[in-house]
Design a protein around this ligand. Structure first.
Ligand code: HEC
Ligand code: HEC
Ligand code: HEC
Ligand code: HEC
Length: 408
């Protein structure tokens, strides 16, 4: 081979490596971008926005506040995804704006961050725990065998500590964390005493916690806001090795179930604690098999981790661009925004945006452009298009697709 040839091959190989590297970097960047859109805002900042923007002058949260408008803490399952929350806002917007006008409440302006924080807050109120039934919890304390090793005050076993004197367990998050951390030691004692690992269903864990809290003389549980950060939670999910066995929507291991898809997450935090408790022995076995050290949690870690898991589900989109395109004309969006969403005589192009439309940015658009949209609709004699649950995911999938893809 001549030296020219060798040089040429060298250069070609160099280029190939470069192309590959650029490809990898871009791929990774895309991946992190995708993750960033999964992460929600800060619920505590959102609680302030809720006050500042005067939502609180009409809406109550879980019974606390005025009754001029629906209680936003009682949306139940309907408010269980961001898309549903944005849909409810859209559907009720005209009546809401009339009320805002009528009551001379200043019309709120939002930044993208404000809206993300507000959504985080409204979501947290949705999975806040109801206070459990302490009387039922006392029965469970015996029924589930806790009493054989523990007391909460007087009477009961002494194998484990008196739960009245232990560290903080008063909130569902701390409870989850403590139960997770101590599960292996408990499991060892239980197998020694031939006690089967107790399983928890429905509200049982919540009731048990209510009993323990009552016996500890805990104060009435205040509406607890997660001081949690889903971004840190995503780091923990990787650092603590959860991702070795659990995927989030296909990214990660397959030993345990995908925690980003399939079975919905429980409606409240103590149900989540119950689920982790129920599966603890099987998980620990899987960890031993794989030589993974069982992680423990301290401080805010469990809060962050759970906030992350919920934030993933909260963004549940999974719409179809094809269905979305059909809905776009059925719901009359096309009358103003053009059949393909690329702009019409009245409405702007919706498919040429700097970032993807998410429920948060859609809600942002609703609050900032909605009144003008509504006025136009009235001028044209078009009723405000009502969206069904599920429509928005499809509409956003359509609007986020590149126009060429949507047309074949
Ligand atoms: C002046 C009173 C007023 C203010 C201020 C107000 N709303 Fe509303 N809101 C209403 C009314 C009235 C409805 C119900 C409209 C209907 O029945 O169609 C409503 C409905 C809603 C719904 C749908 C509720 C459901 O159960 O379907 C959401 C979500 C909502 N508002 C969020 C907000 C947020 C977030 C803010 C603050 C940025 C806000 N609202 C500010 C009066 C108000
Ligand atoms: C077979 C005995 C046994 C049973 C049954 C048992 N535990 Fe435990 N538990 C222990 C032991 C031992 C510890 C201390 C473990 C350690 O040091 O890691 C413990 C620790 C705990 C802690 C942490 C206390 C702390 O120091 O913060 C909690 C909370 C707890 N158990 C709750 C329960 C509940 C609720 C039940 C019933 C579902 C239960 N336990 C059943 C033996 C048991
Ligand atoms: C070594 C593998 C492994 C690791 C590491 C692991 N898990 Fe699991 N996990 C499993 C298996 C296997 C199951 C199913 C257990 C069963 O069927 O009882 C499971 C079940 C669960 C469940 C119940 C799922 C459901 O929908 O019922 C949750 C929640 C969970 N794991 C959370 C976590 C978290 C959080 C971490 C990180 C701290 C973690 N797991 C680490 C293997 C693992
Ligand atoms: C009657 C006409 C009309 C209808 C029907 C209509 N829109 Fe609009 N839309 C507008 C106008 C006009 C604007 C721009 C308002 C402004 O500039 O403040 C707009 C703005 C928007 C924006 C914000 C764009 C941006 O730049 O951020 C979104 C998102 C949107 N519309 C979505 C929809 C969807 C989804 C539907 C159907 C469910 C729909 N619109 C139905 C007229 C309409």
């Amino acid at each position: 081979m001549s030296s020219r040839h060798r040089l040429l091959i060298g250069i070609l190989a160099g280029i190939a490596v470069l192309v590959l590297l650029v490809g990898i970097i871009r791929y990774r960047r895309r991946e992190t971008q995708e993750w960033n859109t999964f992460l929600v805002g800060d619920p505590r900042a959102g609680a302030q926005i809720f006050q500042q923007k005067r939502c609180s002058s009409c809406h109550a949260i879980l019974g606390a506040g005025p009754t001029l408008a629906p209680d936003l803490g009682l949306r139940g399952a309907a408010g269980s995804t961001m898309a549903n929350l944005a849909t409810q806002m859209w559907n009720h917007a005209p009546r809401m704006w009339e009320t805002i006008d009528h009551n001379k409440v200043p019309y709120p302006q939002f930044s993208r961050e404000d809206m993300a924080n507000l959504f985080a807050y409204l979501y947290v109120t949705c999975y806040d725990d109801e206070s459990g039934n302490a009387a039922h919890g006392e029965i469970l304390f015996t029924q589930k065998g806790c009493i054989r090793c523990h007391s909460v005050g007087d009477g009961g076993g002494t194998v484990g500590p008196n739960l009245r004197d232990t560290g903080p367990v008063d909130t569902p998050i701390f409870w989850t964390q403590t139960m997770w951390n101590h599960a292996p030691a408990m499991q060892a004692h239980m197998s020694e005493l031939k006690i089967a690992w107790p399983q928890f269903d429905g509200e049982e864990m919540n009731d048990l916690l209510a009993y323990v809290r009552q016996e500890r003389g805990g104060t009435e549980q205040e509406a607890q806001l997660l001081p949690a950060n889903p971004r840190r939670g995503w780091n923990l999910f990787q650092k603590k090795g959860c991702i070795t066995c659990h995927a989030i929507r296909g990214v990660g291991g397959t030993v345990g179930p995908d925690l980003g898809a399939g079975r919905p997450l429980p409606r409240n935090l103590t149900q989540m604690a119950a689920r982790m408790w129920n599966h603890s022995p099987a998980m620990w076995t899987a960890m031993k098999d794989k030589g993974i050290q069982r992680p423990t949690f301290a401080g805010q870690e469990m809060a962050d981790l759970i906030a992350f898991l919920y934030s993933v589900r909260y963004f549940e989109m999974g719409g179809s661009p094809v269905i979305g395109e059909a809905l776009f004309s059925e719901r009359k969006c096309s009358r103003c925004h053009g059949a393909d969403g690329r702009g019409g005589d009245i409405g702007p192009n919706l498919r040429k945006r700097s970032g993807p439309l998410t429920p948060v940015t859609f809600a942002l658009a609703l609050w900032s452009h909605g009144p003008r949209m509504y006025t136009k609709a009235q001028e044209l004699g078009i009723g405000w298009p009502a969206l069904n649950e599920g429509d928005l995911s499809h509409l956003l999938a359509f609007l986020n697709s590149t126009p060429a893809v949507a047309h074949n």
